[in-house]
Design a protein around this ligand. Structure first.
Ligand SMILES: Cc1cc2nc3c(=O)[nH]c(=O)nc-3n(C[C@H](O)[C@H](O)[C@H](O)COP(=O)(O)OP(=O)(O)OC[C@H]3O[C@@H](n4cnc5c(N)ncnc54)[C@H](O)[C@@H]3O)c2cc1C
Length: 404
């Protein structure tokens, strides 16, 4: 692929993890043309993961910044604080609110995702909080200081990370999860069980199979089985939706996110997409949209190499994700969907290692508080199960045998 001309104009919509990274990586790869970052959130680009973790405890917004203000000046990156309202693909121009026009030679969509609230009466009320942006987190932190009993609707990563922080702050917490297990979309049943026990040990009340009928302002949450859960703070941690409307309105292919090919190009070769808003093909087949820092950062680097250097390769990084819930560090490498066999390896108290196999090969590994085991298993993703079996599931031995 031909790299961009040295004076080509790159515009990035979205100044989150991926938008920031693509701009920074373009400069690292030696691209010297004009780069404009358009973002609707106030202030400098920041990291979201600490919002449900350290920030809940310390409230230090400065620490979240991906880079200080001087970085953008030094790197000649132009930040525009505005919402992008349209893309004219014919003339290659992005419009922002207020009527400004930003011409591009290449456009990168890094619009991320937004919190989603299912249509449950009262769940859309202003009193119900969500946790996606720094503004959400500041509000939630402020409310938490005056809360006696927090109700978390949704037993996914963000809800559970918040639950652990709220418990550490001495607040009573009830987590309501419709599914029969926690983090069911992303974790093996064995790991869901492990975290259920861990959260209960933190003193969190976890109700599984709990369907919310209505949020009753000031009182709490009513379940479909008639139970009333009393609480003075309700957090809707009910998943996200990709911000793909701008792309759809511009006529790009959208299906659970902006559809891209292996090079992370949309159906328009002048437009790439990355991170939480992009649905990309997996090397083993199928298409996925991942909500993780690793995907956003690695997508961004991949796009920057293509634009700056003309590199052709398809994106093939192994997915990786972490979640800190209280003192428990969960790490996941690979994708466990469709796993036919799950092997939980015996570990010391407070640790867990689960291997997931698909089509006779290691598809994913989930670990808790087990960094060395995680690092070893990660290198074995794609290895035949027979290799691990022959090593008695000793990961280091399997690595040695595999390398030999
Ligand atoms: C509370 C929380 C905790 C998390 N914890 C973890 C974790 O532990 N580990 C992990 O791997 N991941 C975690 N994540 C997920 C991770 O933060 C995201 O996957 C990552 O931020 C995705 O980067 P992105 O650039 O695709 O999108 P985002 O970071 O969401 O950035 C998108 C930006 O685009 C802006 N935007 C959208 N539309 C427009 C428009 N029309 N005009 C201008 N701007 C626009 C948005 O306002 C936003 O600022 C967490 C997320 C949250 C919210």
């Amino acid at each position: 692929m031909t790299p961009l001309a040295p004076d080509a104009r790159v515009v990035v919509i979205g100044t989150g993890q991926g938008g920031f990274q693509v701009a920074a990586s373009l400069r690292q790869e030696g691209f010297a043309g004009p780069v404009t970052l358009i973002g609707e959130e106030p202030g400098l680009p920041y990291q979201r993961p600490p919002l449900s973790k350290a920030y809940m405890a310390d409230g230090e917004a400065e620490r979240l910044l991906l880079k200080p203000a001087g970085f953008y000046d030094r790197s000649a990156l132009t930040l525009v604080e505005a919402r992008a309202t349209g893309i004219d693909r014919e003339t290659r121009v992005v419009q922002t609110e207020g009527g400004a026009a930003h011409p591009y030679d290449h456009l990168v969509l890094a619009t991320g995702a937004r919190a989603f609230r299912p249509p449950v009466p009262g769940l859309d009320a202003d009193e119900v909080v969500e946790l996606r942006t720094l503004a959400d987190a500041a509000l939630l932190r402020d409310r938490l200081a005056r809360t006696r009993h927090a109700i978390v609707v949704g037993g996914g990563f963000i809800g559970l990370e918040f639950a652990a922080m709220a418990r550490a702050a001495g607040v009573a917490v009830t987590v309501l999860e419709t599914a029969p297990r926690l983090m069911a979309r992303a974790l093996s049943p064995a790991m869901s069980d492990w975290f259920l026990a861990a959260h209960r040990a933190m003193g969190t009340e976890v109700l599984l199979g709990a369907c919310v009928e209505a949020v009753e302002n000031g009182r709490g949450v009513r379940l479909t089985d008639g139970r009333m859960v009393a609480g003075d703070l309700v957090l809707a941690a009910t998943g996200v939706r990709p911000n793909a409307e701008l792309a759809a309105a511009a006529g790009l292919t959208v299906e659970n996110g902006v559809v891209v090919d292996g090079r992370l190009l949309t159906s328009d070769p002048a437009i790439s997409a990355l991170g939480d808003c992009a649905a990309f093909p997996l090397p083993e087949g199928g298409r996925v949209r991942l909500e993780s820092v690793q995907a956003a950062v690695d997508h961004a680097r991949h796009i920057a190499r293509r634009l700056a250097k003309g590199e052709e390769a398809d994106y093939a990084a192994v997915p990786w994700f972490w979640s800190d819930q209280g003192k428990h560090k969960l790490q996941i490498a690979g994708l466990g969907t469709g796993a036919e066999e799950v092997v939980a390896l015996p570990q010391a108290e407070g640790q867990a290692v689960v291997l997931l196999f698909r089509a006779g090969r290691l598809a994913a590994v989930e670990t808790v508080n087990a960094v060395p085991q995680h690092m070893a298993a990660r290198k074995l993703i794609g290895a035949p199960q027979a290799l691990l079996e022959a090593a008695g599931y000793d990961l280091k031995d399997a690595l040695k045998t595999g390398a030999a």
